[in-house]
Each structure stands twice: as C-alpha cells, then as structure tokens.
Design a binder for this molecule. Structure first.
Ligand SMILES: Nc1nc2c(ncn2[C@@H]2O[C@H](COP(=O)(O)OP(=O)(O)OP(=O)(O)O)[C@@H](O)[C@H]2O)c(=O)[nH]1
Length: 308
C-alpha cells in the first residue's frame, strides 16, 4: 500500500475519535478567554475522549499557559492537543525490529480472544516478509480448533509456513517444533499465537510459563518479544488488560488494533501515557496491509482531527 493511502486510511480511521473530541469541545470557543471554568470543561472533554486523566491534565496546564495571539479557536486548541499527544506517543512508537542472534527471533503474541490476535499475527508476518525476513507461524492457541484453522488460512494467504498440532494439544510442543524448524531452515522469526484465556489466569500463566521453559532450553534469550494485542474499541478495558497481561505474561510491547471506525482511539494515548510500553504498530483494518508502525506526529494530528 502506498504511503498516501495509508495516511488517508489513518486519518479516516481516527475520524470518529477526532469527531468525538470535536463534539466534546464544541461550544467552548465562544468565550473570550480560557478561564478556569472553560479549562475545566476542556479537561473533561479530553477525558471523555478516552485520552486519560493524566494526558488531559497535561493539556490543561499547557493551555492555561498559552496566550493565543491569533485568537482562541477550536483549531488553535486542537494544535496544542496534537502537540501534547505527540510528546506522549513519540517515545513509545517503536517498530518491532528483527535483530536477535542467533535466529530465530521468537515473538509471542498474547491477548484476549477476539482482540485481533490472529489477524495481527498475519499482518505482522506480512510486514516482515515485505522487509525480506523469513517468517514461520506457530499455532500455539491449541485451546480452540477454530483458532488453529484460522491461522492456517492466514498462513496460506500471506504465503508462510506454519507449525500446528491437534486441538487440545500441548502448545509448548508446537513452539518447540517451531524453533527447531526455524533454526534448521534459517528462518528469521517465529511468531507464536497463544491462548487468550484471561478468565482463567492460573491456566494461562501455567501455559505461558511452560512455553517459556521449553523455549529457554533451546535459546535462553527466547521469547525475545511478548506482544500484547489490544482491541481499541474496548476503550478503558484495554488498559486493564495491559495491567493483567503485564503480570501474567511479562509483556514487552503492545499492538493496538481496530483503531479504524472507533471513537475510542484516544485510548492509544492513555495506554502510552500510563504504561510507557513500546507500541510497535497499530491496526486500522482487517486486511494484511492494515498494520504498520506509526508516525507519532501524523497519528497525534489524526487523533486531534488535524491534517497531516
Ligand atoms: N476493523 C478492524 N477489524 C479487525 C482489526 N484487526 C482484527 N479485526 C477483526 O476482528 C475480529 C477478531 O480478530 P481475530 O484476529 O480473529 O482475533 P483473535 O484475538 O485471534 O480472536 P480469536 O480467534 O477469537 O482468539 C476479526 O473479525 C478480524 O477481522 C482491525 O484493525 N480493524
């Protein structure tokens, strides 16, 4: 996909988020100055847009110190919102790099069912293929036959090999086979799907611990990345998932999906502000090209409803 069309899609994806921000801010700009009451209302509007109280507070402080030589307009406020969002996103916008030696780089993908894990694995595989890396997928979510089948369909579609086993099988055995195959064939990265059974924290923890033990025997540095996939449409719920998965899975980075067509895209900023974990990429659609690392400036401006 060309850069221009990705930008258009990004802007379109964040439109509902920026419109919600606009709706929340409307009516605040017929006033002569940013008095305390207006600042309170803007802060509330930013919180209502899922940006999180800390970010809203920062923007308030910044606005309170501004003089608005060109007049107090909604665009002027949006510019400041965009600048502050960019400051929060810039340090966490970190693409997932394939740099592990020896290969393969093992990337565990974790997240609750339905968050977009399977699709994200496929999109990530496709992104690495475009960068000329060899990719192997491992269907480590053996809990549900559908999850294995779905990943196989995606492996075919993007044209990469996959290691899988029977439903109910031992996921660590699949990961073990995956590392062996990738090592023998010089494949750069092994991307591993895992079960998303958050309802049963202990089972999930045990399963991930076993995968880690088995991996550690083959390569003490593996897994190199533990990436949590989050569904932006769940808003603040996505934040509590970070909390839990940090504890059970030792998350090293995030990918946020479904940022297209949700009004809750502000949660990307809240996640960045609160956890400071690297955000490797964002998903703005269901196709294999719809996942990319993101530019903090362009994304911040899209959230604030400003042109790139
Ligand atoms: N609009 C949109 N839909 C997405 C995106 N990513 C994934 N989806 C859709 O979300 C649904 C769930 O995605 P899956 O990849 O199956 O999610 P999962 O976490 O693997 O879920 P299980 O297979 O149920 O464990 C699918 O219909 C995907 O097409 C995205 O960025 N945008």
């Amino acid at each position: 996909m060309s850069e221009a069309s990705w930008l258009d899609r990004l802007q379109a994806g964040f439109r509902k988020t920026s419109e919600r921000l606009g709706d929340n801010l409307t009516g605040l700009f017929n006033r002569a100055a940013l008095d305390e009451q207006t600042l309170d209302e803007i802060e509330e509007a930013l919180i209502a847009s899922d940006l999180g109280p800390a970010t809203a507070g920062r923007i308030r402080v910044r606005l309170a110190g501004e003089t608005f030589p060109l007049g107090l307009t909604e665009t002027a406020v949006r510019e400041i919102v965009a600048e502050e969002i960019e400051k929060i996103l810039a340090p966490v916008a970190q693409p997932l790099e394939i740099d592990a030696f020896p290969r393969p780089q093992v990337i565990l993908i974790v997240g609750v069912n339905g968050s977009g894990k399977t699709t994200t694995i496929a999109k990530l595989g496709h992104l690495f293929l475009e960068q000329d890396y060899g990719v192997l997928l491992a269907a480590g979510d053996t809990f549900r036959a559908a999850a294995i089948g779905q990943l196989k369909v995606w492996a075919d579609r993007i044209g990469v090999p996959i290691i899988s086993g029977p439903e109910g099988g031992d996921s660590s055995a699949i990961v073990f086979d995956g590392v062996k195959k990738a090592t023998a064939e010089g494949i750069d990265t092994l991307i591993v799907d895992t079960a998303g059974r958050l309802q049963n924290k202990k089972d999930l923890m045990d399963e991930l611990a076993k995968i880690r033990r088995v991996l550690g025997r083959l390569n003490p540095a593996a897994p190199h990345d533990v990436v949590l996939v989050l569904d932006a449409t769940t808003g603040q719920n996505a934040l509590s998932q970070i909390e839990v998965f940090k504890e059970v899975a030792g998350v090293t980075g995030l990918i946020m999906t479904k940022l297209d067509g949700t009004a809750r895209g502000g949660v990307l900023v809240a996640a960045a502000e609160r956890y400071g974990l690297p955000i490797h990429a964002i998903g703005i659609g269901e196709g294999m090209n719809d996942l990319r690392p993101f530019d903090p400036r362009v994304t911040a401006r899209a959230i604030a409803g400003l042109p790139a």
